[in-house]
Write a protein that binds this ligand. Structure first.
Ligand code: SF4
Ligand SMILES: [Zn+2]
Length: 331
């Protein structure tokens, strides 16, 4: 990963990896660029500190193009997926003006190696007119952070500020313009138990599957200076166990959806983690699954002799939750 100093003419970061290319069902190289813009206008989601990476007030739109040029300067000649993120919304005029968006589209179209462009946006910024300003880009994907199809969890626990209907309207507009949607779901929002979180992710995946070419299961982690960090410090929140991640991915994949999950911070106390002894193997398996979509990578985990036994602890936690909430005498 290339990190840049906090200057308006440099992106926050850029890095290469491999991604599953949904349209052709294979893995190819990807370049992620995080542009430094004015940042997300909403800034109220309890787990999110991305807006802290915003540019200062001196930023002008030309700086954004300079940032992208720098990130693309030594991009590969072989085909790759380009992901342009902004720590906010690519379609928000306050972050990226329509002229800048058009200039970015031209820059992307000039690079034949770019097989696909992925950008992120909140639903309220989606319009046919803005999407059409990106016309001519082969394989255009809009990632929307729905987090959950459950309106109560999204509005009360995550403070996301838009409804499932808002998401559906935006997704319909994207699809109507010939582009595709990636939906981000959040595994383990605050105040939701381990078992309920897995169930919520699976149920949400089912409800968004008609709109989404890919489901990205985002594993809740503790970012600095966020309300979630306060909950975590006071002992009211723990990131998901990695066994929950494997379980949720497995169930979503069994429903025949394309699902990926970047294990950001896996194995660390601020990220999804188990006992420490088995975390690395599970993280590797998740990364392998992302580019193969092959569930057998998780079956192999059962063959590994983890002396830690923490899968039993996870299973006991899930069973206990079921006993408390699903058994009639305790309702
Ligand atoms: S999660 Fe997205 S919408 Fe929410 S504050 Fe962060 S950048 Fe904004
Ligand atoms: Zn373990």
């Amino acid at each position: 990963m290339r990190m840049y100093k906090n200057k308006n003419k440099t992106p926050v970061a850029s890095w290469y990896d491999y991604d599953f290319f949904t349209e052709e069902r294979r893995a190819i190289k990807s370049l992620t660029v995080i542009l430094r813009t004015a940042g997300c206008q909403w800034r109220r989601c309890v787990m999110c500190g991305y807006w802290q990476e915003s540019a200062d007030a001196r930023l002008v739109q030309a700086d954004i193009l300079t940032q992208l040029e720098r990130a693309l300067r030594d991009c590969p000649e072989e085909e790759f997926i380009l992901k342009i993120f902004t720590s906010g919304s690519f379609l928000d005029e306050q972050e990226i003006s329509s002229d800048t968006r058009r200039a970015i589209a031209e820059m992307v179209k000039r690079r034949e190696a770019v097989k696909k462009l992925v950008v992120e946006t909140r639903p309220e910024f989606v319009s046919a007119e803005k999407i059409e300003s990106l016309n001519g880009i082969e394989n255009l994907e809009f990632a929307i952070g729905l987090e959950t199809a459950n309106d109560f969890i999204r509005s009360e626990y995550i403070k996301k500020g838009f409804s499932f209907d808002d998401y559906r309207t935006a997704a319909d507009t994207v699809i109507g313009c010939g582009a595709i949607v990636k939906t981000y779901l959040l595994l383990k929002p605050p105040f939701v138990s381990e078992k309920r979180a897995i169930e919520d992710a699976i149920k949400s995946a089912e409800l968004v599957s008609d709109y989404s070419s890919t489901i990205s299961l985002n594993l809740c982690n503790i970012q600095k200076y966020t309300p979630l960090e306060n909950l975590w410090r006071d002992g009211y929140y723990r990131p998901p166990l990695l066994w929950s991640v494997v379980d949720a991915i497995t169930e979503i994949k069994r429903r025949d959806f394309v699902v990926i999950s970047d294990p950001v911070g896996a194995g660390y106390k601020r990220g999804p983690h188990n006992c420490g002894a088995c975390d690395n193997e599970i993280k590797k398996a998740i990364k392998k699954f992302n580019i193969t979509q092959d569930l057998s990578v998780f079956k192999r985990l059962d063959e590994l002799d983890f002396a830690c036994g923490c899968k039993d602890v996870w299973q006991a936690l899930i069973d206990y939750d079921a006993f408390l909430f699903d058994s009639k005498p305790f309702l």
